[in-house]
Every structure is written in structure tokens, then in C-alpha cells.
Design a protein around this ligand. Structure first.
Ligand code: DAH
Length: 339
């Protein structure tokens, strides 16, 4: 059998193969167990040594050549198949893969972090307390006895526990817990989650966040409160922010004040955001009531200081111009992705 003729034939078949299956058949036909070239190798044993050597070499060269041809044809066919798939479907194989989405901190957490940063610069430390609180810390120690009407303002969820417990209605109990364990001077803020039994609307939620502040030393006055609060708002909202204190009432402070900032939108002229008042209410504050100091074993004649409480949700709403508190708790990505 003429090796050259076989070689030419095989080469031709490889070139004209239409798919991988054709190629497989060609391999079998020439190089398989009973393939034409394999048979020539088997027939070598009947030849003389010289002939064996020569033909053996020629067969091996041809084998290698054909194997190389087959591998390059395989690549060409694979490319062709891919193109065919691409043409047949709408799938764009060159499109970049979809990126894994990475989350980020909730806007309220971002604001909390910023607030902690500002107060840290003013020398305040961060304190924390439990969300499920005892009646004593949430009310009694803060000078709100059982039948005091102020309790009605802070209606909440009571827990079915042996000791009377509730979901805290404000972060003020952290003041008491901290003063019990630390000797003055004290400068802390306590951001945290609180709960109220409320009908929800665009400015009320049953669960929201507060920021408590407390500063105790030997001769702290309301002007220290004003200075610190003003510094905070100016750092948070911008240097030109103005504040004012209005007389108010809280059982745990005396005197008590309400803290307002000049409306950021109308700059005090009056607009819908501030109900035409020109000022926005941001929180409560005052000088810590002597009864509260006594309840933690501090002598009010030696120590005094101020406390304040602000809504973190409110601060976040003002900062980012969000008009509905419920958006923060909706888990709606269309809202959250904007921050
Ligand atoms: N705890 C009050 C509330 O939830 C806010 C508050 C007012 C906190 C006056 C204070 C304060 O520390 O001095 O409405």
C-alpha cells in the first residue's frame, strides 16, 4: 500500500471535515486499532530489517503530521461552532459578566458614624445600654414615678418577664447606667434604637433611633450645653447653622429646654418644611435633675451637668431631605441605593 497515497487522502479528509464527529471518524479510519496506518505498522514484521527501518520512520512522520493537522482543525471547528451558536441565539457572549452587587451602610448608620466622629472630636465617649430595659432605668431612676402623666408620652411594649421590663422608649436610661458605674467627670453620647407604641405616619415609627448626650462635672452650666450643641450642629449641617433654646419640660432635667435649629431650607423666613416657623425642633435637653443625680448616688451640690436627646432619624431626614421616616425601615433598595 502506498503510504504517500494514504497520507494525501487522510490530509484531504481532515481539511474537508465539517465537524468534530467527522474528525473522530478520520482518526479511527487511519490511526485506530484497525486503522489503515496502524495496519501498515503491523505488516512491518514481514519485511526485511532495512525496509522495516525506512518504512517505520516514514509511518511515524506521517502519524505526527496527521495528528498536528487534526489538532489545528479541531480548533478551527470549535471556533466555527461557537460562531454558529452566537448567530443562532440572542446571547451576546462578548458581554461582560454581571457584577456582584456590594452593599453599604444604612443612611442612619452613616449618620450615626458621622455624629460619633464629631462628638469624639469634642472629647465625648460612646456608651451603650440594653434595648430591653427595666422599668426602673427607663422611668423611675429618671424621675418619672409610676403614676406620673409623663409616662403616657412614652407608651411602649411591655415584656412578659418576671421583673417588669419593656422595650426602652428612649436612650436616657443609658445616662443612669453609665453614672452608676463611672465617677465624674463624664462626657458621653449614647446612640441607639428605641421603641414606641405609635400609630405610624410619615414622621412616626414604632421603632427608631436616638442620640443621648451627657456631661457631668463640678461646674457645668446651660451655656456649656449651648456651646456643645451649637458646635455639633455646625459640624453636622454646616458652619452657618444657628440654634436656639426654648423653655420646656422633661422630668429628668431642670431647667429643661427644647433645641431648635434655624430652618435649613428657608433660612428662617418660613416655609413648608418648618411649618412657616422658620425654626426646626431637633430635640430636648436640660440640666440633669438633682433627683436623677441622687438616684445614682451623686451629690447634686458637688456635681451637675447637662443632658440632651435627639432623633437620629430626624437628623438623617434633615441632612438628606427625606420626607418619610418609614422609608428607612422599608428595606426598599430603590431608596437605600441613593445613599
Ligand atoms: N428622652 C427624651 C425623649 O425621648 C429626650 C430627652 C430630652 C433626652 C431631654 C434628654 C434630655 O437627655 O435632657 O423624648
Amino acid at each position: 500500500m502506498d503510504l504517500k497515497e494514504i497520507g494525501k487522502r487522510a490530509e484531504n479528509e481532515i481539511r474537508t471535515a465539517q465537524n468534530q464527529n467527522d474528525l473522530k471518524k478520520i482518526v479511527q479510519k487511519y490511526l485506530g486499532k484497525t486503522g489503515e496506518i496502524t495496519q501498515i505498522l503491523h505488516s512491518l514484521k514481514n519485511l526485511s530489517n532495512d525496509e522495516k527501518k525506512q518504512l517505520g520512520q516514514d509511518v511515524n512522520i506521517l502519524k505526527t503530521e496527521l495528528m498536528n493537522l487534526i489538532s489545528s482543525k479541531e480548533i478551527i471547528l470549535a471556533k466555527k461552532e461557537l460562531e454558529e451558536i452566537e448567530n443562532k441565539t440572542d446571547i451576546d457572549l462578548t458581554m461582560p459578566a454581571r457584577q456582584a452587587s456590594v452593599g453599604h451602610l444604612h443612611p442612619i448608620t452613616q449618620v450615626e458614624d458621622r455624629i460619633i466622629e464629631i462628638f469624639s472630636n469634642l472629647g465625648f465617649e460612646v456608651a451603650q445600654g440594653p434595648e430591653a430595659e427595666t422599668e426602673w432605668y427607663n422611668f423611675d431612676a429618671l424621675n418619672i414615678p409610676k403614676d406620673h402623666p409623663a409616662r403616657d408620652l412614652w407608651d411602649t411594649f411591655w415584656l412578659k418577664t418576671e421583673k417588669k421590663m419593656l422595650l426602652r422608649t428612649h436612650t436616657s436610661p443609658v445616662q443612669v447606667r453609665y453614672m452608676e458605674k463611672h465617677v465624674p467627670p463624664i462626657k458621653i453620647i449614647a446612640p441607639g434604637r428605641i421603641f414606641r407604641y405609635e400609630a405610624t405616619d410619615s414622621s412616626h415609627e414604632i421603632n427608631f433611633y436616638q442620640l443621648e448626650g451627657l456631661m457631668i462635672d463640678r461646674d457645668i452650666t446651660l451655656s456649656d450645653l449651648k456651646g456643645i450643641i451649637e458646635k455639633f450642629f455646625q459640624a453636622f449641617f454646616g458652619g452657618e447653622t444657628e440654634i436656639r433654646l426654648r423653655p420646656s419640660f422633661f422630668p429628668f432635667t431642670e431647667p429643661s429646654v427644647e433645641v431648635d435649629i434655624k430652618c435649613l431650607l428657608c433660612k428662617g423666613k418660613g416655609c413648608s418644611a418648618c411649618s412657616q416657623r422658620g425654626w426646626l425642633e431637633m430635640g430636648g435637653a436640660g440640666m440633669v435633675h438633682p433627683e436623677v443625680l441622687k438616684s445614682v448616688g451623686l451629690n447634686p451640690k458637688q456635681w451637675q451637668g447637662f443632658a440632651f436627646g435627639m432623633g437620629l432619624d430626624r437628623l438623617t431626614m434633615m441632612k438628606y431631605k427625606v420626607d418619610n421616616i418609614r422609608l428607612f425601615y422599608s428595606g426598599d433598595l430603590r431608596f437605600l441605593e441613593q445613599f
